[in-house]
Design a protein around this ligand. Sequence first.
Ligand code: NAP
Length: 259
Amino acid sequence: MAQLTGRVALVTGAGRGIGRATALALASAGAAVVATARSVDELDSTVAEIRAAGGEASALSCDLSDRSQSVRLIERAAVAFGPIDILVNNAGIGSSADPRLLAEFDDAFWDRTLEINLTAPYVLSKAVLPHMRSNGFGRIITVASINSRVPSLHGGAYVASKHGVLGLMRTLALEHAAEGITVNCVCPGPVRTQVNDRRVEYDVQRLGVDREEYERGLTPIGGRLEPEDIAPMVVYLAGDEARMITGQAYHIDGGVSMA
Ligand code: NAP
């Protein structure tokens, strides 16, 4: 029997990037996966790939900047496969849509970043906890960032949201540790995805450097990570073997945070 057979996982931002890789990896470990994001075509493609490999998956579109949609999402997801065992808070927006010095920051972009990167994990976690408490089992895994630990120029809202979500998850971990519910974060370094492509482009232009050379120097190991480098840790944290791990934040960053 696969490691996660019989478990139901909800993965946010599962249409592309780290979320897509994570949804595929959870499904291949045996979980039934509810994939969510706004872009229906991308979700459909994730679900089709899982089903083609013999897994179980369902797509539910949701805009996580709308709190009522986020609460309804948990109810809709439970209709698909039953109560949620594993919540992966992955959806997020980066700094590259409007990078600025904090002194010149756009207030609407600040609000939007915190709504998606910090408030949505709060709302979803809160809504899913009754399922997990009644099952006596739960895994909440949040894709935070190395920017949960270190700042990034011109990305004040992103850095604040990622520091905040780490604190939120540690609090949840402490509050539910004795109920069979673990809460952990993974903290990626630069991963080759749409959002990171835009950030790299911004930095290359800003610094006036060669793109390839800049990319090679992004991690001590060399280059950027791939979404598939992040997913296995999420699968591990979702499994029974990780039952005694909670309140942790794992850096998967090519060595950035040790340098
Ligand atoms: P990505 O390729 O841009 O994917 C982001 C996902 O989030 C998409 O599926 C997107 O779908 C979804 N999303 C965005 N806004 C949403 C909203 N309002 N409602 C619902 N879904 C929404 O980005 P990624 O790099 O994979 O990022 C995934 C997570 O990893 C984020 O939390 C990010 O901060 C974190 N991270 C990434 C890196 C990196 O270098 N890539 C590094 C550290 C941490 P729709 O647009 O269709 O809604």
